[in-house]
Every structure is written in C-alpha cells, then in structure tokens.
Ligand binder design. Structure first.
Ligand SMILES: *Cc1c(COP(=O)(O)O)cnc(C)c1O
Length: 395
C-alpha cells in the first residue's frame, strides 16, 4: 500500500492553490513586461499588479493605496518597525511589544535595542494572550510604536488587537500588528481593528513564497528600508515581483470567498483531532486551549516525549507537523512562545503543533489520531522518567 501523505503544518507554509498557479502562469511566460515600462507589455504587468492590490486590499478592508507589496511577512514586519522608528522624531524612542511575537518582530526589536532604542517585552497569560492593560502600563511619553501580533503562529491564540488599538490611538502611538497567521483564517478589517500597520504573507494563505504586503494607514509617516526607484509610492523600491504579486492577489480573493465556511469546517476538524488525541493518549494536554484561537491550529504537549523525535516518527508515517522547539546552533532550545506561557523546558520540548488546511479531510484527521498514540508510546518506552499508567495495556 502506498504511504499516506498527510500535511498538517499549514502554519509553516501552505500549498499554492491551483487557481493561484493558473493566475500566475501568464506572468511567468509571455507576459514578462516590467510594470514600470510605458509600452503595452509594461501596461499589462501594471494592470495585473494593480488588480492584485485591489484583491489584497479587499480582503483586509483597506484602500488600494494603503497596500505596499514586499518580499514577504518578514520584510513587512521589518518595514513596519524600522519605518516608524525612522520617521519618529524622538531622541530616546521606546517600543512596546510582547514575548510571543514571531522572530521577524522580536529580532528586529533586538536589532533596534542594539542601536539604542528601548524596548519593553510585555508577557502573556498562561493561555497565551496579552492583557491590553499590561500594554497600557508599559507605555511611556517616549513610546512611538506598539507592535502586537494578531494570531500567534505556534498556539493560534488571538490577541485583543482592537482594544490595544484604542489605547494606542488615545496616546497617539503608532500601532502595528503582524497578521500573517490570521489573514485568510479570520474575518479581518483594518478599519474595525483600528491598526496603523498590518503585515501579510502570501505563502501562509495558499499563495507563492517570497511575496507579502504591509498595510500602511493613509497619512502614516514611514521611512523606507531600501532606496532605489519610485516603486510602491516610494515606500518599497525594486522591480515588482509581478507573477508573485498576481498570485498573492488571486490567493487573497480565494481566501475571501472561502473564509467563513472554511473556518467552520477547520474548527470542527481541529476540535475532532484534539478530542481523539486526548482520548487516546495520557499525559497530554492542549497549550492555549482556553483562549480564542485560529480555527486551524492546535498545540499539544505529550509529556516524556522529545518533540523532535516525534516529528521524525510521524514523518515516517507520512505525517508532516512541527514541534514547539526551534533548533538554534545545533541545540534544541524550547520555543520562546511556550516558555512565555510558563511551560517548563521539558514540556515545551514535548509540544507539537498541528495546523490544518484547505485540503485537510476527516480521513486525514482519523489517520493522524490512529498513528499518534503508537508513536508516542514507542518514544515514551525509551524515556527513563516514564512509568506506564496502570491498565494502559500494550498500547
Ligand atoms: C510566517 C510568519 C512570518 C514571516 O513571513 P514570511 O513571508 O515567511 O517572511 C511572520 N510572522 C508570522 C506570525 C508568521 O507566521
């Protein structure tokens, strides 16, 4: 029997939707014009880029002119943070963020710190949610930027962005949110959220890799990261990645169409997966399960198991998922997100993220729930700390 292949790692990246490939194809072949050229080749590329801008703007409730295309979510985060800092007229600027941000934000904050910017990292609850009042308490007269992610990539927990935005507006502080994990999964409107800046990435919503966008509220001053031509209204120079941008636009439109129904379907499958796993595996529980979450994500710890080993064991069964641990310089460091919610290092290293997607089926969920207990038991049998629960049989 051929090996089943079950990809449930959609928070890492998603497959490119067939409709997206189809939309991109002409721009990888005959429609190769530079969008800045005056001739008809250029005009065709320009029209396609601007259509994509409308599609992306429509998904998040923005005006077209407020969408700046970038090389992805990481660049969008860098542009938001450095762009605001560069435009700020303060000698000792201060930034407020959280301990659970993506490294695109956290490491940019660290780089800013090395350049003399003061940064406050606000902690989160045991469920992985930041308290807006803690953000308020961290503000100083020197605060020029608040950056808090919308949905966390590891836990799926959704942060109270609208409330934080209200605080930012009262104090006239720029507010950025990294919405890479929520765009296309949750209904999202930049005006209702009240944010000034919002990051997106195409490859997390069935578009191509290497393209993303930053929403920049009209009137907000932003210093560019790069210097060159006058592309993207002087905010991001460089010849446009026309095919990538067209794919992003098509993916945004698809996400818009699927949003509601797909959200319900995924939440049902995710809940089913959690129930099946917790029924069959002892010493396991959901991280951040009590918080509002994106419908596709669950993060579960399996005590006495090394997460990396479980990822490999499941890969051998054809299942792709990921662990909460991030490998840095050869050492397995516990994830900063799981540490931030108070998990001890061993439990953080025993945590797994399953993130479902558009092609995930009930049969796939059943297959994972069937394969997982055996893989966990096998690894636990190797652990000197693990004592088999009485009456657990040979499972
Ligand atoms: C994936 C991700 C990013 C980075 O986006 P890229 O397009 O891969 O650079 C940033 N933030 C979050 C929350 C992400 O999940």
């Amino acid at each position: 029997m051929p090996l089943r292949r079950v990809y449930i790692d959609h928070n890492a990246t998603t497959p490119v939707a067939p409709e997206v490939v189809q939309a991109m194809m002409p721009f990888l072949t005959e429609a190769y014009g530079n969008a800045s050229s005056i001739h008809s080749w250029g005009q065709r590329a320009r029209a396609a880029v601007e259509q994509a801008r409308r599609q992306v703007a429509a998904l998040i409730g923005a005006r077209e002119k407020e969408v700046v295309f970038t090389s992805g979510g990481t660049e969008a985060d860098n542009l938001a943070l450095r762009g605001v800092m560069g435009a700020a007229e303060r000698s000792h600027p201060h930034v407020v963020t959280t301990t659970i941000e993506h490294h695109a934000v956290l490491n940019t904050c660290q780089a800013l710190e090395a350049e003399g910017v003061r940064v406050t990292y606000v902690g989160v609850s045991a469920e992985g949610v930041v308290n807006p009042e803690d953000i308020r308490r961290a503000l100083t007269p020197e605060t020029v930027l608040i950056t808090v992610m919308h949905a966390n990539n590891e836990l799926g927990t959704v942060q109270p962005i609208a409330e934080i935005a209200r605080i930012a507006r009262e104090r006239k502080i720029a507010f950025h949110t990294d919405a890479v994990q929520s765009v296309g999964k949750l209904p999202l409107d930049v005006k209702a959220l009240g944010v000034d800046l919002l990051s997106l990435s195409a490859h997390k919503l069935y578009g191509p890799k290497g393209v993303g966008a930053l929403y920049v509220r009209r009137g907000l001053r932003l210093k560019p990261l790069f210097f060159g031509g006058h592309h993207e209204r002087d905010r991001r120079p460089g010849t446009e990645n026309v095919a990538g941008i067209v794919g992003f636009g098509a993916a945004a439109e698809l996400a818009h169409q699927h949003l509601e129904k797909e959200g319900e379907r995924l939440a049902e499958l995710r809940d089913q997966l959690e129930r099946s796993i917790l029924e069959r595996v002892s010493h396991a529980s959901v991280n951040g399960g009590g918080a509002p979450r994106t419908p596709n994500t669950t993060n579960i710890y399996f005590d006495f198991v090394e997460g990396e080993a479980l990822v490999i064991a499941l890969d051998l069964k054809g299942i792709a998922c990921s662990t909460g641990a991030a490998c840095s310089a050869g050492a397995v460091e516990p994830s900063h997100v799981l540490s931030a919610i108070g998990l001890p290092a061993e439990r953080a290293r025993a945590s797994m993220r399953f993130s479902l997607g558009r092609q995930t089926t009930r049969e796939e969920i059943d297959y994972v729930a069937e394969m997982l207990p055996g893989a966990v038991e096998h690894l636990r049998a190797l652990s000197p700390l693990y004592k088999k629960p009485v009456g657990a049989g040979t499972r």
